[in-house]
Design a protein around this ligand. Structure first.
Ligand code: KG4
Ligand code: ZN
Length: 347
């Protein structure tokens, strides 16, 4: 007998639903919310409303594309935490209602655990134990994954996430939200060694990215006239604009290189300390070409086996929620109907 699971993801600004059969993804639907571009970032209230508008058709399409009926489902899974509370509530309430009306078990999934387990979606898969660098708009973590259920966070950001570092740098360059993919695109034609930004050093396996944002701010305010990252504003607004316009690819490539080096130096440290050489990427920032290439090259040099989920499973999606739910289903790890979503649940 096959196990069919419907999974719903609504933690931020993507309304997503997926169906898996015995751990194989049958459908993966994502509705992105472009409204936030107008505001330069995600507006929580607008995100909740857009989830309410999208969720019925997104779930309907996931069921239809999977070629199954609602009555074929064996469980309903949803992202319980972490995320924007209003957004999480929409997905949680929908999943609970469906679970109640179909009389099928409910499975609650932690979003960050699911990002890690996106690496187990069929294809080339790591074996346990493996290390995973999860880099998204809200999180930056190095996780030691012993089994689908057992994960230890070895290090994480103490301030901004890697995705925020990309997005905030892009904003300073006048690029629209989300700027990470745009920095990636401009960086392709740029010289990554043209400008040097200071890397914040933090002890252990933790990260810090907020200093980079300030360094870029001061660098731009000096329009390349000084490479000293001090609060001395030598350039006019016009000069700053002209400097950005004529150097955008090199600035993007240099910013990207700084972020990638900060991430991968810590990942290498984690491999050296644990001796685990099965190494994965996860999260939206792992779509970044510079990160993917440098990660693969580092893996070859260091003798690691490296894994990166395909693009559609890197950014927020419900297939990773379905995959995680499948392992929970096998353990009969079900949630009761009185479970509440949580913006910041401990993992
Ligand atoms: O995992 P994700 O889709 O959502 C969260 O859970 O946060 O990650 C979104 C983040 C955003 O900060 C976005 O700018 C970044 O991933 N991102 C990228 C790229 N694609 C998405 N950053 C750099 N280069 C990219 N190609
Ligand atoms: Zn995410």
């Amino acid at each position: 007998m096959s196990i069919h699971i419907l999974a719903i993801e609504s933690s931020c600004d993507e309304t997503a639903a997926a169906v898996c059969r015995d751990g194989q993804i049958l459908s993966n639907i994502i509705a992105s919310q472009s409204i936030h571009e107008l505001y330069g970032g995600v507006v929580p209230e607008l995100a909740s409303r857009a989830h309410m508008e999208n969720i019925v058709w997104v779930v309907d399409k996931a069921i239809k594309d999977a070629g199954i009926q609602l009555s074929d489902l064996d469980a309903i899974a949803f992202t319980q935490a972490p995320g924007l509370i209003g957004s999480l509530i929409v997905g949680a309430q929908f999943a609970k209602s469906l679970s109640l009306s179909l009389d099928k078990p409910l499975i609650s999934v932690h979003h960050m655990q699911a990002h890690v387990l996106a690496n187990l979606i069929p294809g080339k898969k790591p074996s346990f134990p493996f290390l995973c660098l999860t880099v998204s708009g809200g999180h930056t973590q190095i996780v030691l994954c012993e089994s689908p259920a057992q994960m230890n966070i070895l290090g994480e950001t103490i301030d901004d996430a890697a995705g925020e570092a990309f997005d905030k740098s892009a904003k300073l360059l006048g690029l629209p939200y989300p700027g990470g993919p745009l920095i990636d695109r401009y960086a392709t034609d740029g010289d990554p060694d043209r400008f040097h930004f200071p890397e914040t050093k933090v002890p252990g396996l933790n990260f810090s990215f907020s200093g980079l944002k300030t360094a870029i701010l001061y660098f731009l305010q000096n329009a390349g006239k000084s490479l000293v990252y001090k609060e001395q504003f030598l350039a006019s607004e016009q000069e700053k604009k002209e400097f950005i316009d004529s150097n955008l690819p090199d600035i993007c490539a240099s910013v990207q290189k700084t972020i990638v080096d900060m991430l991968l130096n810590k990942l290498k440290k984690a491999v050296d300390e644990t001796g685990v050489k099965e190494v994965c990427l996860a999260g939206g920032v792992s779509a970044n070409k510079g990160l993917r290439e440098t990660f693969r090259r580092m893996g070859e040099q260091e003798g690691w086996a490296t894994y990166i989920p395909s693009f559609e499973y890197c950014t927020d999606n419900a297939a990773m929620i379905a995959m995680t739910a499948y392992y929970k289903f096998l353990e009969k790890d079900f949630a009761s109907l009185d479970i509440s979503p949580s913006a910041r649940a401990v993992w």
